[in-house]
Design a binder for this molecule. Structure first.
Ligand SMILES: [Ca+2]
Ligand SMILES: [Ca+2]
Ligand SMILES: [Ca+2]
Length: 147
């Protein structure tokens, strides 16, 4: 998510990957929700459209920014549950998401806007696009660990 101090979060593209890749056991399944034209590749335009949609859904008071409460309430960019792991400690998850919020809130007004999210999301996207062709394909996503 465009989540992202900036250094702290940028160093963890896996957070974004988990979101992109929703916890699908099969390779590639996770990209489906993001691959709007179903060609097996997620372009930046597709990713950004998804991000904007999620942002709009999370912005419950429609003021164009996400408060920390809105951020924490949203599955944005939430990490999906992993069936092969114990459920994450909710407090730890909350701390991590709060840290991400502060990292993205570049002007420190306690609101995360799309403008603040975009550069972070772009960095994530580039980090995933391993071959630099402008699209993320299933083989570029971190694979779910098999057992
Ligand atoms: Ca596509
Ligand atoms: Ca802000
Ligand atoms: Ca690529």
């Amino acid at each position: 998510m465009l989540a992202l101090g900036a250094g702290l979060v940028l160093a963890q593209p896996a957070l974004y990957g988990a979101t992109l890749a929703q916890p699908a056991p099969g390779a590639g399944r996770g990209l489906e929700a993001w691959d709007l034209n179903h060609d097996g590749r997620v372009t930046w335009d597709e990713a950004w459209q998804n991000i904007q949609r999620r942002f709009a859904a999370a912005d419950t008071d429609h003021n164009g920014g996400l408060s920390l409460e809105e951020w924490l309430a949203a599955q944005f960019p939430g990490r999906p549950p992993r069936p092969d792991r114990p459920a994450p400690d909710p407090q730890r998850q909350r701390d991590r998401r709060s840290a991400m919020f502060r990292a993205i809130d570049a002007n420190r007004d306690n609101q995360v806007t799309l403008e603040e999210i975009r550069p972070v999301a772009e960095s994530w996207f580039r980090a995933f696009d391993a071959n630099g062709d402008g699209a993320v394909t299933p083989d570029e996503l971190p694979r779910p660990r098999s057992r």
